[in-house]
Ligand binder design. Structure first.
Ligand code: 5GP
Length: 180
């Protein structure tokens, strides 16, 4: 796969290879399986960006589990829009459950914090956050993800489920914007 890719008007350079992702996701799945064995956790997968990560992560986590999907969005193009939209197409109940939010990336943390507060109102027994990518430099909310795949600089990235206006999701590696 090319080290440089084009998505719409922008150019991106490979930052994390597919092999590095596979290895790290396997480690994360093993760790979650160890931490949640016998606790039947509910994984809440944040659409759309986390679908590819979640599919690999949950296969690497061989314990009893339940999944539900939620649509949250604050991004348009390459900038956070400042407002968080939530479409909770969730049938699962979180009360008294071990809940694990599965995110693609924590940037400012705004989306996640809004979602966390909403879930906490339903009194889960435990609420953890697992994210493939974390941009600590961009973080504006006091929220530390419990499980982080890779800590990355404050650059816009695509690939492995993450898009730029729907382009780039299919890429098996993570790519960063070159022309900032
Ligand atoms: P936050 O609310 O933390 O600022 O933004 C979180 C959401 O914005 C993520 O779930 C993701 O959908 C999107 N996002 C944040 N940073 C990036 C990025 O670098 N690339 C892409 N494609 N989406 C991002």
């Amino acid at each position: 796969m090319d080290d440089i890719v084009q998505a719409h008007d922008l150019t991106f350079r490979k930052m994390i290879t597919a092999e590095q992702i596979a290895e790290r996701v396997q480690e994360m799945g093993t760790q979650l399986a160890r931490d949640f064995a016998g606790r039947h956790p509910l994984f809440l997968i944040v659409l759309k960006g986390a679908y590819m990560f979640a599919a690999d992560l949950l296969r690497a986590c061989p314990i009893d589990q339940e999944v539900a999907f939620v649509r949250l969005s604050s991004y348009q193009g390459t900038r956070s829009s400042g407002t968080v939209r939530m479409d909770l197409d969730m049938t699962a109940k979180v009360t008294d459950r071990q809940v694990i939010i599965v995110e693609d990336i924590v940037d400012t943390g705004r989306t996640l914090e809004a979602f966390r507060q909403k879930l906490l109102a339903d009194a889960p027994a435990d609420l953890k956050v697992v994210t493939l990518l974390h941009k600590p430099e961009a973080q504006a909310f006091d929220l530390i993800p419990d499980y982080v795949g890779f800590t990355i600089p404050n650059e816009f990235v695509i690939g492995y489920g993450l898009d730029y206006d729907e382009a780039g999701r299919h890429l098996p590696a993570i790519y960063q914007r070159t022309d900032t």
